[in-house]
Design a protein around this ligand. Structure first.
Ligand code: UDP
Length: 457
């Protein structure tokens, strides 16, 4: 049953995730949460994503597909070519889809890296709600990058950057493309463009929670209609069913394997869905994992497997297990897991913190370096590995694992974040109230124009 908005109509919103692993699940979790509160929720994704992922657990939503033109692509294409094609095809097909099928919708919730969707919403008199799946802190950095504020800094190793409401950031904390500062570079443009029309968005959702990023959220709230709704993966309560994977675990053997381990005895290692480690780095990590006194569960995607040291799986037998993919939240919640060696993608960071699992941060690129800085120096929930020439050595990794697993203070801090994350999404928590407020505004709006000031509380 959807919420009645008069004349028997139900209030409907359209959710449009960006088609990548780290973006889809936060959007789907939010979509399901909105559906559980009575909205009719239509999710629109690309035809190719619908083919490669299993959406069978999304029965509370209606799933729709539009083409991004990928069926006409032969061979590989550059990221730049992909983004151009995606925008051109998807935006055109989405506009047609909205006209043909979504004339009753009240709002479009779209991923922040597709700011052009806002025009599709506004041209049809709909509210536009932008959804950031990265932290508020790194998003503020991207804003400053777009404003040219970072151009003044020389980017030498020992020069700290001061940005409003953020901790002092050193060169190693910032994404490498901040050092290059070519505004037309594909990644820079993609990330700075998130702010290109944000003042026209009626809501600006962040997959974060108030206590985690208080100062920068306050700073951002003075400028945009910032609304925290995270951690989204907790919005519907703990369940292995609330996410989809673009990768399938080849086997479920890791579940049994975990069950047979003692509490706090397993180092869980994963670098998310995109990071690609150098062969040398894989070797250092492999040695470190074999050297510690813990068992380990290491996710190595199939495309990375040939970088493992020769015979690694057999050398590690009895001590560690290598899997091509797993259901990460299910692993993190397991009592056997003592720490999480992570690339610090935002979802992984939030999932680790929300389960009270201490983190060993081995950031690779983009937002991960700043997330690693926050994890270690601001949230006190982990240790950050230092490397030389882009490689973290085996001793450093092993040292960080020992520090994190043996560190009472780090563990206490991690558990505090777990409590605060649960509070935020629990009844009456900040994220919960923000979701409820959004639902009531969508359901009971009289159909007039939405203005950002009307949603600021
Ligand atoms: N993930 C998973 N199984 C794995 C590895 C990762 O389910 O074996 C999920 C993880 O729970 C997270 C997402 O993949 O939700 C990765 O997102 P993140 O932002 O951490 O990194 P990205 O893949 O975007 O670099």
């Amino acid at each position: 049953m959807g919420i009645e908005v008069g004349a028997g109509r139900k209030a409907q919103v359209v959710v449009i995730p960006f088609p990548a692993q780290g973006h889809i699940n936060p959007a789907l979790a939010f979509a399901k949460c909105l559906a559980s509160k009575g909205l009719l929720v239509a999710v629109v994704t690309t035809t190719s994503i619908a083919k490669s992922a299993n959406f069978s657990d999304c029965t509370s939503l209606t799933l729709h597909t539009v083409s991004d033109g990928s069926e006409h692509v032969e061979g590989t294409e550059t990221v730049e070519a992909y983004l151009k094609r995606f925008r051109c095809n998807f935006s055109r097909n989405l506009a047609d889809f909205m006209d043909d099928h979504m004339s009753c919708a009240r709002a479009i919730i779209y991923d922040s890296i597709m700011p052009w969707v806002l025009d599709i919403a506004k041209d049809r008199g709909l509210a536009g709600a932008c959804f950031f799946t990265m932290s508020c802190g790194i998003s503020a950095v991207f804003h400053h990058l777009g404003q040219g504020l970072l151009l003044r800094y020389p980017y030498e190793d020992d020069v700290a950057v001061s940005l409003p409401a953020l901790p002092q950031l050193e060169k190693r904390d910032l994404p490498s493309f901040c050092h290059v500062v070519d505004p037309e570079q594909c990644a820079v443009k993609l990330l700075t463009d998130q702010f290109s029309n944000l003042e026209r968005a009626d809501w600006v959702f962040f997959n974060t929670f108030d206590n985690l990023e208080t100062p920068v959220l306050e700073w951002m709230r003075r400028r945009w209609a910032i609304t925290t709704i995270g951690p989204t993966f907790l919005l519907l309560g703990e369940s292995k069913k609330h996410s989809i994977s673009l990768f399938e675990p080849k086997a479920d053997a890791y579940r049994e394997w975990l069950e047979s381990r003692d509490p706090n005895s397993v180092v869980y290692v994963s670098f998310g869905s995109m990071a690609s480690l150098k062969k040398e780095q894989m070797a250092e990590l492999g040695h470190a994992l074999l050297a510690t006194g813990y068992h380990f569960l290491w996710v190595v995607r199939s495309s990375e497997l040939d970088k493992l040291p020769p015979d690694f799986a057999s050398t590690a037998a009895g001590k560690g297990l290598v899997v091509e993919w797993c259901h990460q939240p299910e692993v993190l919640v397991h009592k056997a897991v003592a720490c999480f060696v992570t690339h610090c993608g935002w979802n992984s960071t939030l999932e680790g913190l929300s389960h009270g699992v201490p983190l060993v941060a081995m950031a690779q690129w983009a937002d991960q370096t700043m997330n690693a800085k926050l994890v270690a120096d601001v949230w006190g929930a982990g240790a950050r590995c230092g490397g030389r020439d882009g490689i973290v050595g085996r001793e450093e990794i092993a040292k960080c694992i020992e520090r994190v697993v043996g560190g009472d203070e780090i563990r206490r801090n991690a558990l505090r974040w777990k409590e605060m994350a649960a509070e935020a999404v629990g009844k009456g928590g900040t994220s919960d109230l923000n979701v409820v407020d959004f639902v009531s505004k969508i359901a009971f709006d009289d159909g007039g124009d939405f203005s950002p000031t009307s949603v600021l509380v």
